[in-house]
Design a binder for this molecule. Structure first.
Ligand code: CP
Ligand code: NVA
Length: 303
């Protein structure tokens, strides 16, 4: 094969129109599924899913999504593949991509997925790296738009760690042109290059309650991401005061929703009364992983 496959390693692999079209299609696929209308657009196609970290939502949404599109997904863990015994990622990419139609990878360093993609004949999807989590943003954007309309021109508050999810919110702000405030403690800022590329749409603030003034959406994530478990105690100290509380939510624009990619820790990054309260969209957000990724699979595999 001579043409380079279309990968989805970051949200920036889509342009603004492509992203909006994909979100619209996600909404259509959701409606079709709810109406029981058949939509098996990828018959006979296979998605390989490599998980080097744990997952509930990503695994189940991709696997169920491929089934609903008429295809098949296979779960590969390093524990029982040769990847876990040291077979080079480049060789794994060469071999797998001769057998399947797309590969989803959840791993640690982002360079690992880039190396895989560089040697793959088929589209590679980022199911989360330490650098970004673009599939989650598809679901978050779909969820915001279905509940509140276009996000363009709105103001979003990110509270907590400048982590993979925060980086993907910065990329989303660039693509869909919304304002993003990031309330994080010193020492936990997002990557300076990702931040700089977003220009003045994105600002870092230190006081989360003041930062919430008038915002249209509040989002947070765990304080210790996968791979940082040994830092849990230090991070709990660093992030004290960065919980999304009812008081913080009282400062936003009226009825601004709350989102969280999950899994969540009630009493750490979010108060139970917020995540379990009437302004929380987390369950629709989780469900939309399924619909948004079906639209992504169609986008990568159909043409
Ligand atoms: N939000 C998310 O990616 O969840 P999982 O870790 O369960 O896949
Ligand atoms: N930042 C979290 C997201 C989990 C979906 C992590 O990387 O563990």
């Amino acid at each position: 094969m001579t043409t380079r496959p279309r990968h989805f390693l970051s949200l920036l692999d889509l342009d603004p129109d492509g992203l909006q079209a994909l979100l619209n299609r996600a909404g259509e696929l959701k409606a079709m599924q709810k109406a029981g209308e058949p939509h098996a657009s990828l018959p006979g196609r296979t998605l390989a899913m490599i998980f080097e970290k744990s997952s509930t939502r990503t695994r189940v949404s991709f696997e169920a999504g491929m089934t609903q599109l008429g295809g098949h997904a296979l779960f590969l863990s390093p524990r029982d593949t040769q990847l876990g015994r040291g077979e080079p990622i480049e060789d794994s990419a060469r071999v797998l991509s001769r057998m399947v139609d797309a590969v989803m990878i959840r791993t640690f360093g982002h360079e690992r997925i880039e190396r895989f993609a560089a040697h793959s004949r088929v589209p590679v999807i980022n199911g989360l790296t330490d650098r970004c989590h673009p599939c989650q943003l598809l679901a978050d954007l779909q969820t915001y738009q279905e509940h509140r309309g276009p996000i363009r021109g709105r103001c979003v508050l990110w509270v907590g760690d400048g982590n993979n999810m925060c980086h993907s919110y910065i990329n989303a702000a660039r693509l869909l042109d919304f304002e993003l405030r990031i309330a994080c403690p010193e020492g936990h800022d997002p990557d300076p290059d990702i931040l700089a590329a977003a220009g003045d749409r994105v600002r870092i603030l230190r006081d989360p309650v003041e930062a919430a003034e008038g915002v249209d959406l509040v989002v947070t994530d765990v304080w210790a991401s996968m791979g940082q478990e040994q830092e849990q105690a230090r991070r709990e100290r660093d992030f004290a005061g960065y919980q999304v509380t009812a008081e913080l939510m009282s400062r936003t624009a009226p009825d601004a929703p709350f989102m969280h990619c999950l899994p969540a820790h009630r009493g750490e990054e979010v108060a139970a009364e917020v995540i379990d309260g009437p302004r929380s969209l987390v369950w629709d957000e989780a469900e939309n992983r399924l619909h948004a990724q079906k639209a992504l699979l169609e986008h990568l595999l159909r043409d």
